[in-house]
Design a protein around this ligand. Sequence first.
Ligand code: NAP
Length: 248
Amino acid sequence: MLMNRPYVFCYMAPSLNGKIKGSYRKKLEEENSDATKLFYVEGFTPEGRYGDNQGVMCGRLTTDENLTKFKKPELDTNAEIVKAGDFIAKDINLDNKFYISVDPKGKIAWQNSTIKFGNLTNNIIEIITNETSNEYKDFLRRKNISYIIAGDKNIDFETALMKLKKLFKIEKLMLGGGGILNWSLIQQNLCDEISLLVMPTADGSPDTPSLFQSKDGMSGDKPVSFNLKTVEKKGNIAWLTYTINNNN
Ligand SMILES: NC(=O)c1ccc[n+]([C@@H]2O[C@H](COP(=O)([O-])OP(=O)(O)OC[C@H]3O[C@@H](n4cnc5c(N)ncnc54)[C@H](OP(=O)(O)O)[C@@H]3O)[C@@H](O)[C@H]2O)c1
């Protein structure tokens, strides 16, 4: 299996009660600003523990909330039918990192074909489906943004991961949330490691998403068990890593 797809590790910074969004983050910034720095340095810089990853994969809500701010893409309703199949951006630099956007309905309003995290340029790759509109594929081509087609209505992650390895030479991939995306890969046995920087804050909100979250039509709620591999104290943070039992 792993011969054909990247190694996938899920890297997240949940609150003490396993939430990934909410006012706990503000409290964290106020009282433990080193915590978010640690998360960034270890995951997103060359000197960090996961400095050798080649890209991060995120769900549509995470991308919209943090990067593209729920803007609407400028679609051309008169666009000609685009060539069938995947699209690899012209003159792509495969030495860059990748930002892989899981966007089955074609909603994300990218402005450019790359985004920067710190000093590092990331090539954007959109993961779309056979149902994604021609207009959106045309939009991506006009922006010179690579896309992979995987699945009919829902994303077929096995195919998506195989294509990421084959077409973009991605061997090590961060699964970067949110909870709906994380759980989709875990349910399908496509995640090799969980790495959590458990933040020392919580807010108790019943309305915010969790680290793992099932969604009708995307994933089920079959229980999964994990093997604890490492426990480290980093100041006020517990850094936990797990593998996933493959008998799930
Ligand atoms: N604390 C942290 O470390 C951390 C890290 C990352 C994100 N976050 C936060 O997490 C929140 C978002 O998490 P979330 O769980 O609500 O959403 P999410 O996983 O970011 O995005 C969910 C969306 O992605 C697409 N998607 C995911 N799995 C799919 C599947 N199996 N098949 C087809 N499409 C799929 C769907 O897009 P459509 O709706 O378009 O169909 C789905 O609604 C944000 O607030 C973000 O800031 C926190």
